[in-house]
Design a protein around this ligand. Sequence first.
Ligand code: GTP
Ligand code: MG
Length: 370
Amino acid sequence: ADNLTVGELAEKMDKKPNELIMKLMGMGVMATINQDLDDETVELLASDFGFEVEKTVQVDETDFDAYELNLDNYELSERPPVVTIMGHVDHGKTTLLDSIRNTKVTAGEAGGITQHIGAYQVEIEGKKITFLDTPGHAAFTTMRARGADVTDIAIIVVAADDGVMPQTEEAISHAKAAGVPIIVAVNKMDKEGANPDRVKQELTEFELVAEDWGGDTIFVPVSALKGDGIDELLEMILLVSEVQEYKSTPDMHGRGTVIEAKLDKGRGPVATLLVQHGTLRVGDPIVVGHTFGRIRAMVNDIGRRVKEVGPSTPIEITGLNDVPKAGDQFFAFEDEKKARQIGEARYQREIEAQRRDSAKVSLEDLFDRI
Ligand code: GTP
Ligand code: MG
């Protein structure tokens, strides 16, 4: 549709159309002035006349691939590490986080089982650390499968009285696939029958060899329940992040990943986001996965309303038209019109995909019944 004609190309090169037609004839192509030229012919003709064709690639702004992160032109500053706590069921992930935050999340959870991902920030000696609590590893896997690498450091919790279990192995393979440093927290050290050496022994099979055993994996014995070893664990996290130098810039529109999202009766769609780069502000036009809107309010991990947040900050936002999915990417925009345009296109696409899926399902149902 946007092919050049012989006449148009001639004009661009400041040549007479006849000169081009002659050249084309020389190539064995009979052409008129209004003839459309394909890209290859345009390039060939142009180079014959000593011109170079500059190709402009059409970027589809409704596709998030168009927003590849480029930090080259920014002055980078330190950002808090994002730490994910993983491990086998009941090995003490939530209790460990509680202990770190010195609060009691477990008590408020139904049956003491983590229902969703929580995201929190703590500050130690003036340095912040962002923690993600996960329900088993499903969310972590889903996020990674969807291309969202949110974690900088993985803490693998292993109960010292139970040792390496199937989900410990799973956690290790996820952390390894993500290529992030692993810290092993050997938990429940207060329990009778706690055997940290057995844990160390078992983990050698996964090439996680403790430093005192000649390896380079950090093992920290802790009791999440009693609060023993927590300071050491936090120190190790800070040590690892000093070595890794996690950096970003607040000087761009906020972008990052959805940690969790739900529909709240009073507030509408509520999404917990991890801002990974830039600054996110109340009032920002935003596209989140297939949803969009304008940030109405932002509430931080301790329930306070905030106006703006920078890199590595978990934040709960309202103001979206629908509920996004965990692992979705989000981008804030300067221009509300643009955000709306991109958001609407993505929203329509999702609705259509859902319609197709449900049509497929009901067709399958039908065949099942036959
Ligand atoms: P899921 O979220 O269900 O995967 O479990 P989790 O890994 O978050 O374990 P959680 O923190 O809920 O702890 C499970 C049980 O172990 C609870 O009864 C805790 O009180 C107990 N527990 C956790 N840490 C310790 C510890 O250091 N010592 C002792 N004695 N018990 C602990
Ligand atoms: Mg838990």
